[in-house]
Design a protein around this ligand. Structure first.
Ligand SMILES: Cc1ncc(COP(=O)(O)O)c(C=O)c1O
Length: 464
């Protein structure tokens, strides 16, 4: 081992130790066990480089859709640099060119009559604002959300999160929140009434395991909302800005919501920003004019964020990244379907649109095994937070078909490398008690860390 290698390894040990000490030891163990204890250094396009190993990783997670315009996009970096020469966060209550330019640009791209907006600081913050807007404008008290939905971790957004694990410690959350299974219109019909302020849905459920809302379902929700004067909220935080092969996922069905929430790729992963876009009508107009500061914060819709977001929109529109997402996504999906056909004992199905794709495995624990196997192949991919049996692939919308082919080759290798483990695990997984153990995250972290310890001992013996 060279002197530089030794120094980098020592540096890495120090970083893991400090991360564990000051942030989370559990996270260190979790990442280490999946060979994801990497340090993102140079970031470019669909890749980043791990400092220690020098390995180039393909970013197939993109923080669930934050980097649609590619990582380290030079045009967006330049916009941030330029913004910093002139601007700071700005004052939320005052006018600024940055805010006005961005707001006009964003609404010009939104469907239907979605022409007004409130700026926010993050996805969860914007979901809070969207729910408050619906509750405040209608004066109603109930909300309907979807089982396995993910909308964030702040007060209102956590209340519409469809996973008990995130919520149970903090109850009681917001009262009057109901849940229906994604895709089940009858269930929503049973829950909806003139007490319902809003129905909130991701047009393609992301963390829930990449479930595409059918046209029939989304039109059914729209009709129900019109009948009962309920506000339909689309959370386009993951699906927006070209990810699904259209600028907005709502364009696939043509259903226009009353409120649409955008965040993540809105600012290219460079500076936090988010927006709650809503219909220009009397109901909302009266409420917002009466309570103009119903949802405000110091950093939400900051001038720097707005300048960056304007540059992101220019880039996304000029490059029509949604067309590339449709093209590269079709190739990616076809490749994943081939892999599914080649491995019917492991993979159940492939779902998704554009470059928002999910692979559902036969069992939950395969998601964890596959994340590890992919990391060893230089792919950073995460299984769905609310559905661990589904691996998400959300590479930047700028990815070329050639890059997709390279990724598919690596996925194939990863599946192959995982098979020796599965020879033992698959027959055992048919016995419920083993399945419960294998699916248990604590067991996975323990077992994978033991394997990793052995690997490192072996590696250091070889290096001597
Ligand atoms: C669909 C969806 N809604 C809301 C959020 C919350 O956004 P943020 O992490 O910016 O708070 C996320 C984040 O992953 C998301 O995927």
């Amino acid at each position: 081992m060279g002197a530089l290698d030794k120094k980098i390894r020592k540096d890495k040990k120090r970083i893991l130790k400090l991360f564990g000490k000051h942030i989370s030891q559990g996270q260190v163990r979790y990442l280490r066990c999946a060979h994801l204890d990497v340090q993102e250094e140079r970031r470019a396009g669909i890749e980043f480089v791990d400092k220690e190993s020098g390995t180039t990783f393909f970013d197939a997670f993109t923080s669930a859709g934050c980097f649609n315009a590619g990582r380290g996009n030079p045009r967006i970096i330049a916009a941030l640099e330029e913004a910093m020469e002139e601007y700071d966060m700005g004052s939320p209550g005052l006018f600024s060119r940055a805010k006005i330019d961005f707001a006009s640009k964003l609404v010009s791209l939104c469907p239907g009559n979605l022409k007004r907006l409130v700026l926010a600081g993050s996805g969860a913050d914007a979901i809070d604002g969207a729910l408050k807007l619906a509750l405040g404008a209608t004066g109603r008290k109930e909300i309907i959300a979807m089982v396995k939905a993910y909308h964030g971790h702040s007060g209102f957004s956590l209340s519409v999160n469809g996973k008990e694990y995130y919520k149970h410690l903090f109850e009681p959350l917001m009262p009057g929140y109901h849940f229906a299974h994604f895709g089940d219109l009858d269930e929503v019909r049973k829950l909806a009434s003139r007490n319902t302020a809003a129905i909130i849905i991701e047009p393609i459920q992301g963390e829930g395991g990449i479930h595409v809302g059918s046209d029939e379902y989304l039109h059914g929700l729209r009709k129900l909302c019109d009948e009962l004067e309920i506000m339909l909220i689309f959370d386009e935080i993951q699906t927006g800005f070209g990810r699904t092969g259209r600028l907005w996922a709502s364009e696939h069905s043509g259903v226009v919501p009353d409120i649409m929430v955008a965040a993540k790729s809105i600012s290219g992963g460079l500076y936090p920003n988010a927006a709650i876009v809503y219909r220009d009508n009397d109901l909302f107009g009266r409420f917002v004019e009466a309570y103009p500061d119903f949802h405000t914060s110091s950093g939400g819709g900051s001038d720097l964020g707005c300048m960056v977001s304007s540059a992101v929109i220019d880039y996304i529109v000029e490059k029509k990244v949604w067309e590339n997402a449709a093209r590269s996504g079709a190739r990616f999906k076809a490749g994943l379907e081939d892999i599914t056909r080649e491995n019917p004992e492991i993979v159940k199905e492939v779902r998704g649109r554009g470059l928002m794709l999910g692979v559902e495995y036969k069992y939950e624990f395969i998601g964890a095994l596959m994340a590890d196997s992919l990391a060893k192949e230089g792919i950073w991919a995460a299984y769905s937070g609310n559905a661990p049996q589904v691996m998400r692939f959300q590479i930047p919308t700028t990815a070329t078909e050639t890059e997709v082919d390279v990724i598919l080759g690596r996925i194939r290798n990863a599946v192959k490398a995982m098979k020796p483990y599965l020879i033992f695990m698959m027959p055992l997984a048919k016995i419920p008690v083993f399945r419960i153990v294998f699916d248990n995250v604590k067991f996975q972290i323990f077992a994978f860390n033991v394997v990793r310890d052995f690997e490192e001992i072996f590696k250091s013996m070889k290096a001597r």
